[in-house]
Design a protein around this ligand. Structure first.
Ligand code: PLP
Length: 239
């Protein structure tokens, strides 16, 4: 079996090549796109190797897995992102180690995050997760607020002590009018981002694109791509 460090280094190099090529094709500078490596289901040792290989942004989607991992890596210079559906009873834990919550999709979560951030004396970056396939007032199958709920949530985040409104996130829908049309989905997210920045000019993060569709995300204008499988390998279970 190949050494894990070599394997991760090779995978990272391939992903880096893909991001660089996508930036070039889109006429964008490579620095405009940040790679966030999604380390869910993989051990703290992998996070440590990735840090050693230059990765500075990692993402997790379950507090139960993420909390011990973040604790085991607390000596490393890493920004931790949370990208999963977040229950309010996990918020206090998440607020103790996460820097940016990308999956804010309801008002109750905003108030819980604000209280937890204040208690932890930390500032939490927040992205509104948009479900492009959700009907008005509904949530997406994998979390996210319907597009007509973005403004209200963004305003609540911006007004909440301990929270910082950073921008928008989406996962390309598997169903509905955007199914199989990732680039169109990400372009729609960019339109919502432009709208958001009228009232909140600093909220310029746009998190879109995963292993299979990072090129379409970069082409649409994403500032952050979230890549798991292409760096770490196929996950042993759904996560
Ligand atoms: C798991 C996950 C990713 C990474 O997906 P890959 O296909 O493994 O790159 C990105 N975003 C979210 C929200 C995820 O849950």
């Amino acid at each position: 079996m190949r050494d894990r460090r070599t394997e991760l280094a090779e995978n990272l190099a391939k992903v880096e090549e893909r991001i660089a090529a996508a930036c070039e094709a889109a006429g964008r500078a490579r620095e405009e796109v940040t790679l966030v490596v999604v380390t869910k289901t993989y051990p703290a040792d992998d996070v440590r190797l990735l840090h050693d290989l230059g990765v500075r942004h990692v993402a997790e989607n379950r507090d139960q897995d993420a909390a011990p991992k973040a604790a085991a890596c607390s000596d490393l210079d890493l920004t931790w992102h949370f990208v999963g559906q977040l229950q309010t009873n996990k918020v206090r834990s998440v607020a103790s180690y996460v820097d940016i919550v990308q999956s804010v999709d309801r008002l109750r979560l905003v108030s819980a995050l604000s209280a937890a951030a204040e208690r932890a004396e930390r500032e939490l970056g927040c992205l509104v997760q948009v479900a492009l396939d959700a009907e008005s007032g509904q949530q997406g199958a994998r979390g996210g607020v319907a597009p007509d709920g973005i403004e209200e949530l963004a305003a609540a985040i911006a007004d909440s002590p301990g929270l910082r409104l950073d921008g928008l996130m989406t996962v390309a829908p598997l169903a509905g009018p955007y199914a199989g049309r990732q680039q169109a989905a990400f372009e729609r997210l960019m339109e919502f981002s432009s709208g958001l920045r009228v009232a909140h000019p600093a909220a310029n993060m746009v998190s879109a694109g995963m292993s299979a569709d990072l090129e379409q995300a970069v082409a649409a204008g994403a500032t952050h791509v979230r890549v798991g499988t292409a760096v770490l390998g196929v996950r042993p279970r759904l996560g």
